[in-house]
Design a protein. Structure first.
Length: 266
């Protein structure tokens, strides 16, 4: 996966710490209006409590991933000029960040699909979306992201069908309510879990090779010891939201979350 689709906070302006609104919850310790800097954001755009986010009540910050949209907006769209340097354009910059994050997520999926099952139409659409991410702010804000997603959705569904046909097919769990489901050691190879709600599900030692996980909600899903090696369309955000350990395996394009357990869970 290209490094431009990985978050590079050193080249961003803390956009994810300013642009979104947050309500005090188990994921974010304080209320924060949209466009207002998090109280932990330092003058150099670094997080003042980065090493202790979870114990201080900011677990949601350790889950978030922008797919590299932050540095694209900071360094490409605005040429290194921050919202502090030019407060008049701050609202526009925050709105552009919201669009860019969606486009970079789309690029992540298209890049994976193209790598796994090359096709001319996948390549053409990936190049088109990549070109769009280099457009000016006005063009980005006028983009119909839903229309782009609809075009992408069709190609990703086709890719999923082709790839999952190579493994033993399972029941269709697309959009299923699997909150807290007991799926320990379940054989889910090639399963369709698109959009499934797996919050708090027990997936310890489950076999998810070849399973389509696009849009699946893995918040607090226990994936300790699970095999996600060839799972389709798994993102860093989903991996960060799950509960894994050193025995969890996943695609090489992703990074093991720092907050995961270091010993095998039971």
């Amino acid at each position: 996966m290209t490094t431009t689709l990985r978050a590079d906070c050193a080249n961003c302006f803390g956009l994810c710490c300013v642009a979104p609104a947050f309500a005090a919850s188990s994921d974010f310790a304080v209320d924060k209006p949209a466009g207002t800097p998090c109280p932990n954001l330092l003058a150099d755009f670094r997080c003042g409590i980065h090493e202790t986010l979870r114990p201080q009540g900011f677990a949601g910050c350790t889950v978030f991933d922008c797919h590299g949209a932050g540095q694209k907006v900071a360094q490409v769209t605005y040429g290194g000029r921050s919202w502090r340097d030019a407060p008049a354009v701050a609202p526009e910059m925050f709105a552009v960040f919201a669009v860019m994050r969606q486009l970079h997520e789309i690029l992540w999926y298209l890049t994976e699909a193209e790598a796994r099952s090359p096709a001319d139409d996948l390549t053409a659409l990936r190049v088109e979306v990549d070109d769009l991410t280099h457009a000016d702010a006005a063009t980005l804000l006028s983009t119909d992201v839903d229309a782009v997603r609809q075009r992408v959705r069709q190609l990703l569904a086709r890719t999923s069908e082709l790839l999952r046909a190579e493994v033993r097919r399972k029941k269709d769990h697309r959009g299923a309510d699997l909150v807290g489901a007991r799926l320990r050691r379940a054989d889910l190879r090639g399963a369709n879990l698109r959009g499934a709600c797996l919050i708090g599900a027990d997936l310890r030692e489950a076999d998810l090779r070849g399973a389509d996980l696009i849009g699946a909600d893995l918040r607090d899903a226990n994936v300790r010891g699970a095999n996600l090696t060839d799972a389709l369309f798994l993102t860093q955000f989903q991996l960060n939201a799950a509960l894994g350990d050193e025995s969890t395996t996943f695609p090489h394009t992703l990074v093991r979350p720092a907050h995961w357990a270091t010993t095998t869970g039971t």
